[in-house]
Ligand binder design. Structure first.
Ligand code: SF4
Length: 445
């Protein structure tokens, strides 16, 4: 279906949400003209170093020079997920970057712009590694993967949508300066240097693959503590930080809370219990669905309402052969789970599923756009019903998190202080003026 038809079909949703959902859902192809332009420059935040590739095709590594994040003209922030077979093309018209619909050749977006390269990216840490391999920039967020190897893969118990270990292998083969497990002192040094050299970054996101037993004599929890304590010591006071971590029992939550982090993300990934067992076999085996949910809700007693933000990979509940066959059942299941979690003080977040190369789900069909619009709309309505601001600091700003339209629903359709409606009023934007609010350096216009 052409994008114009989709805009009409979803006339109650801002067109940028429809377009962004489409290019996240199907990925984007990149024209030769755009690739030639990128190859001649070195000022952009290139893909690479991250824990997942988010590419349908071969993992793009740092040396490939493919931008990692783009913005539509008004600042709408999106992740670039490469896919040669996507119906959409990132292309050039003169010196301007555009998004084109391949079938009609129609230009869907003009004046697309990209995140600039962090000033620290090509520096070295005191231990001699490329800074970008230790700490990545994304919008206004720094991202660190303490451990790029997930032990769930050892016996084929990894989450079926995930390509963490395959991505690390591709990055090594592609010449990246890969550090699989970042030493505590190096992690603390790199984050402090990044904040000093490029104060444009204001929050910290920390993730890690699973350690099932011990690594160098340390359990997963001790591994986390060693690194986060080193960071706390180095910074003296933590910047807003969110950590993706398996759900712990009370003793574990107590120890993690003592590290001074702002929120935790014990990622549930998919709500339906049978689908969780199928899609997340390792999580189900080592902790189990009921215990995962119970501990996630219990974390609210430590961090407070809204500060526990488990991720959901929306779309995987329609994967074949065991997923929901119809959109209404898929939306009902996931939205029902979110309603339950929000009633218990947990504020989930989500990203749109990529059928990543190297994951067990590689080659699956992507669910229809109707599903992605309906489920994201349902999330926004539930969040408003339960009176939650967007997850903090997990998806803090509109230009922090480009894997979903969570902030875009707030910006274009919400009433909070960061909605377009309010920002236009404060900034004196007149009716009919675009009121983009972000220039290419990310400052409010
Ligand atoms: S726990 Fe699952 S999603 Fe997380 S890194 Fe391991 S396999 Fe991937």
């Amino acid at each position: 279906m052409s994008i114009e038809k989709l805009y009409k079909q979803f006339s109650d949703v801002h067109p940028n949400i429809v377009l962004k959902s489409e290019i996240l859902r199907t990925g984007i192809d990149i024209s030769k003209a755009a690739i030639d332009n990128f190859s001649r420059r070195d000022d952009l935040l290139w893909k690479g170093f991250h824990l997942f590739s988010y590419d349908w095709d071969k993992t793009k590594v740092y040396g490939d020079k493919i931008p990692w994040y783009g913005h539509l003209e008004d600042g709408c922030f999106f992740m670039i997920r490469t896919h040669n077979a996507s119906p959409y093309l990132l292309d050039m018209e003169g010196n301007m970057f555009i998004i084109r619909e391949k079938a009609s050749d129609e230009v869907l977006a003009k004046n697309v712009w990209f995140e600039r390269k962090p000033r620290f990216y090509d520096m070295k840490t005191p231990a001699g590694h490329q800074m970008g391999s230790i700490v990545q920039g994304q919008g206004r967020m720094l991202f660190v993967t303490m451990n790029k190897y997930c032990e769930m893969w050892k016996d084929g118990e990894q989450c079926l949508f995930c390509n963490i270990n395959a991505t690390m292998k591709d990055q090594k083969m592609g010449g990246e300066d890969v550090v699989a497990k970042i030493p505590a002192a190096e992690m603390a040094d790199a984050i402090k240097i990044a904040l000093e050299v490029d104060p444009h970054y204001s929050i910290l996101y920390i993730s890690s693959g699973t350690i099932l037993k011990t690594y160098q004599g340390k359990t997963e929890l001790e591994f986390y503590e060693e690194r986060l304590n080193a960071l706390k010591e180095k910074l003296q006071v933590m910047i807003p930080t969110t950590v993706q971590v398996a759900p712990y029992d009370d003793e574990g939550w107590k120890r993690i809370h003592a590290l001074g982090i702002g929120s935790v993300q014990p990622n549930i990934e998919v709500w339906d219990k049978d689908l969780f067992k199928w899609i997340c076999p390792g999580k189900n085996k080592y902790i189990g669905y009921d215990e995962w949910i119970k501990r996630t809700i219990r974390a609210v007693d430590f961090w407070g309402r809204g500060r526990v933000n488990p991720n959901f990979v929306i779309g995987v509940e329609m994967a074949t052969p065991h997923g929901f066959k119809d959109i209404a059942s898929a939306v009902k299941s996931t939205a029902g789970g979110w309603d339950f979690l929000m009633s218990n003080g947990v504020l989930p977040r989500y990203n749109l599923w990529t059928q990543e190369a190297g994951s067990a789900f590689e080659g699956q069909a992507t669910p229809p756009i109707e599903y992605f619009i309906e489920i994201q709309k349902a999330y926004a309505e539930l969040r408003w019903k339960h009176n939650f601001e967007p997850p903090y600091p997990a998806t803090m700003f509109r230009n922090c998190y480009g894997l979903n339209c969570l902030q875009d629903f707030e910006y274009y359709h919400g009433n909070s202080s960061t909605s377009k409606k309010n920002l236009d009023k404060y900034l004196g934007v007149k009716p009919g003026e675009p009121g983009g609010h972000f220039d290419q350096e990310g400052y409010t216009l």
